[in-house]
Design a protein. Structure first.
Length: 708
């Protein structure tokens, strides 16, 4: 809908209004669904500006690309030049079209600087999620140097004064951090060449009282797996804006005549009822738009991964014995991790030589795969295509195939270098070897790893290459998937360092973290769930003693945490006690019983005290729910309180059962002795809550609710 060059897009719960009347396109409103009685003219009237003292008469607008040429005093989202000239860009709207009710396309031209900008904004009707992208074209015969070209900027209302963003490190990803009101810029940036462990490209700007089930907020995330920058800036005038885009190395992006650059897509959703509804909208978008068609609605199989069971010490008989044990507890996919290719006895050699090690596997992988198939399991394989060890035949044959900086000493990380995928011959080599494996063996799954940052991302011509490297990775993944349509690919990057909406368009699962410590995983998976639905979160049951934290945790806790994601096992089952094997098998059976709910339901996070954590999934029709409650530390009181649930139907009766762990009891009579099989209203569970039993630290309960 448009009125006097003001355009509106509406979804079920959101509205976007873009004003194109004054030259540069401006988002006039991005928030909750506007009433039909509210017109764009009213919004323009209500936003009438006033000249401030010691300021210009007409302040530069917060355009989709805030530009230097119109006197914008903030951080310009578009920075280009030609040998120091043509930097003062002033793109003016030349056309606006609405191909359909949910999409707006805007073209802007700057005839003086000879550039064209094309914006595409699309508001999904069902998920209330906005997709926004900027496309820059060079109209001149002279090359255009691009230093910055962000996705479209979005204004931030004054009352949205707080920011929740992510921090972290290896094995401790998706840790949230909230900052309060500030003046100037809040900036999160990475130049790691991948999404990174410490700067996931997503944040939420919200009001002071924002929580899981109350308050107003805007979520923003960038669909990109390389260098990126996010900023929220409050100008001296009090106006604020959010800007997300790619970060370029010096001279990295130059456009010839008629050449174009497309920014990564910015995804955004809004809420006036808290963080959980915001996540649910983003999850709906991921499921309907970023999930490949062949995966929609698929009940993903239980993984068994060999890494923490065997590391590099592989041979067929022991792997077959491990497969027997995995099948006996209910695994449905067996993934052979690192160590299967030549010279791979540790992490110092072999990367790049993607053939099966004849010493470890004299008859190849066929005997193992046949055994796995006889047990009723699929077979998957670990690869790390983007990397090479200096001690490898590939590097000895092609030492020039790596990213590097001329004249600087080579930076090794994890004993490996990064292959230059911007060279077609490198991608052809990788494709040929991976394709040969997939042609020879019935492999249905690749765990695609990337275990280091890009420290010296220079190509064979000495130019910075991160942007092209990321696009080449995407293209290689797509090429392999096109040749093998049933293949699934997991995005792993020493854990969760490549988890973003960009890579989701090319992969089917995220390895959330290298840490399988169940207590750490509770917080990691909670943070991850803000942007990713449960079926994308790889969640494995690790060994009794976590090799990263050294912490020893019960099987009931380890398995209970893994049940609520894309469940798997990463431990030597043959070394487990019989009791632990029985508990693990019971957990896997419980996950299978409820995985359709887990993979399709709405995530509901509950607000709890510091010593406890709780969340759940609720069916779309509100007829069923599964909630997890964990005591992670010693409680401050002798008796717990009540757990108030959310997301249920207040008017319906639910049968309540504590389904995990099996046979749990308190030292004195408690709710555990009376609740199973009882029918209570959704209203009572949400308003009054369920009295919790006295539990020891490191104990987890799963509650199943079913309308009867």
């Amino acid at each position: 809908m448009s009125s006097n060059s003001v355009y509106s897009l509406h979804s079920s719960n959101a509205s976007l209004v873009v004003d194109c009347t004054s030259g540069a396109p401006v988002v006039l409103y991005w928030g909750g669904r506007l009433d039909n009685a509210t017109t764009p003219e009213m919004l323009r009237l209500l936003s009438t500006p006033q000249e401030a003292q010691a300021s210009v008469a007409n302040e530069a607008p917060i355009a989709l690309s805030p530009a230097l040429g119109i006197g914008f005093h903030g951080d310009a989202g578009l920075r280009v030049h030609r040998n120091g000239r043509d930097w003062g860009v002033n793109p003016v709207v030349s056309s606006c079209t609405q191909p359909d009710d949910q999409t707006l396309e805007i073209q802007c031209i700057d005839p003086a600087c000879q550039i064209e900008l094309h914006y595409r904004l699309s508001l999904d009707a069902d998920s209330d999620t906005l997709s926004a992208q900027t496309c820059l074209k060079n109209l001149s015969s002279a090359p255009l140097q691009v230093d910055r070209c962000d996705a479209p900027a979005l204004p931030i209302a004054n009352h949205l004064s707080h920011i929740t963003a992510f921090k972290g490190r290896w094995a401790h990803e998706f840790q949230t951090e909230t900052v309060g009101p500030f003046h100037g810029s809040f900036v999160r940036e990475t130049q790691a060449g991948r999404t990174s462990h410490d700067n996931f490209p997503g944040l939420i700007v919200h009001d002071r009282l924002f929580g899981e089930h109350r308050g107003e907020g805007i979520a923003l995330t960038l669909g990109w797996s390389g260098n990126h920058r996010m900023s929220v800036t409050r100008l001296i005038s009090g106006r604020a804006l959010a800007q997300l885009g790619e970060v370029f190395y010096p001279g990295e992006l130059q456009l010839g005549e008629q050449e174009t650059y497309e920014s990564p897509v910015l995804y955004s959703s809004v809420t006036d009822s808290g963080q959980t509804p915001l996540s649910q909208r983003l999850h709906r978008f991921v499921r309907s738009h970023l999930t490949d068609e062949r995966m929609r609605g698929k009940l993903k199989p239980i993984h068994f991964n060999t890494w923490e069971a065997m590391y590099f010490d592989l041979d067929t008989p022991r792997l077959c014995a491990l497969a027997d044990a995995a099948a006996s507890v209910g695994a449905e996919r067996f993934v052979l991790d690192d160590g299967w290719f030549p010279s791979r006895h540790d992490d110092t050699a072999g990367l790049g030589d993607w053939t099966v090690d004849a010493q470890k596997f004299p008859r190849g992988l066929r005997p193992l795969i046949d055994h796995v198939h006889e047990l009723g399991m699929e077979f998957g394989l670990w690869v790390e295509p983007e990397m090479v060890n200096p001690d490898s035949q590939l590097f000895r044959d092609h030492p020039d195939w790596v990213l590097s900086v001329e004249g600087a000493p080579t930076v090794l990380a994890r004993n490996q270098l990064v292959l230059d995928l911007t060279r077609p011959e490198v991608c052809d080599y990788l494709y040929a070897h991976i394709d040969a494996l997939l042609q020879e063996y019935p492999i249905t799954y690749l765990k695609w790893d990337m275990n280091r940052d890009l420290h010296q991302p220079g190509d064979q011509h000495g130019r910075a290459a991160v942007h092209r490297q990321v696009l080449a990775v995407y293209a290689l993944m797509d090429r392999i998937r096109m040749a093998h349509p049933k293949l699934e690919i997991e995005s792993c990057s020493s854990g969760g360092a490549r988890a973003d909406y960009g890579v989701l368009a090319h992969t089917d699962r995220i390895w959330t973290s290298d840490s399988n410590d169940a207590l750490d995983r509770l917080r990691i998976q909670r943070g991850c769930s803000m942007f990713f639905p449960p079926e994308y979160m790889g969640a494995h049951v690790g060994p009794r003693e976590c090799h990263i934290t050294g912490r020893t945790l019960s099987m009931a806790l380890r398995a209970g945490v893994a049940i609520m994601g894309d469940m798997g096992i990463e431990a030597n089952i043959n070394e487990m006690s019989q009791d632990d094997r029985e508990v693990l098998a019971a957990a896997i059976a419980l996950h299978k019983q409820h995985r359709e709910l887990i993979f399709t339901g709405d995530v509901v996070r509950l607000e709890t005290q510091d010593f406890e954590m709780a969340h759940g999934v609720v069916a779309g029709d509100r007829g069923e729910a599964l909630f997890s409650y964990a005591v992670v530390a010693t409680p401050p009181h002798s008796a717990p309180g009540r757990l108030r649930l959310h997301g249920l139907d207040a008017d319906r009766l639910y049968e309540v059962n504590i389904v995990w762990p099996e046979g749990i009891r308190s030292h004195t009579p408690s709710i555990l002795d009376v609740i199973n099989g009882q029918h209570v209203s959704g209203d009572s569970l949400m308003r009054f809550g369920l009295q919790l039993p006295i539990l020891k630290p490191e104990t987890l309960l799963l509650l199943h609710l079913q309308v009867r």
